[in-house]
Design a protein around this ligand. Structure first.
Ligand code: SF4
Ligand code: SF4
Length: 107
């Protein structure tokens, strides 16, 4: 059986929707970016509608604010949130197999 391997196509980073931050992740990212915590949360996060988490904001096209395109991909890759690391096994979006380059390799 083939093993899933991310091809860094960026589709999951371009998918519009919350990138929820768990406890401690906001601090970790702010520290990685060498930003003061309050500055980071006010500039790069919003509170989710259910008020459970902070989420990274997205750009006008719906992509994640930290998606910087090819070939770099994620600007905070070393400290990306668990939600990002969990894709596609713990969460995914409709028809993700048709969009994710790594999934296409499994076909
Ligand atoms: S959509 Fe799939 S291959 Fe593309 S970056 Fe996300 S996990 Fe990797
Ligand atoms: S934090 Fe990085 S891996 Fe997560 S959605 Fe944004 S660009 Fe993609």
């Amino acid at each position: 059986m083939k093993e899933f391997k991310c091809k860094r196509c960026g589709t999951c980073c371009k998918w519009s929707g919350y990138v929820r931050l768990l406890d401690g992740e906001s601090e970790k990212i702010a520290s990685f970016l060498e930003l003061e915590q309050h500055f980071f949360t006010s500039k790069y996060t919003i509170v989710t509608a259910d008020r459970r988490n902070l989420s990274l904001i997205e750009k006008e096209d719906g992509s994640c604010i930290f998606f910087i395109g090819d070939p770099a991909g994620c600007a905070i890759n070393q400290v990306k949130p668990k939600q990002c690391r969990d894709f596609p096994y713990r969460w995914n979006f409709e028809n993700w197999q048709e969009e994710c380059e790594g999934a296409k390799d499994l076909l």
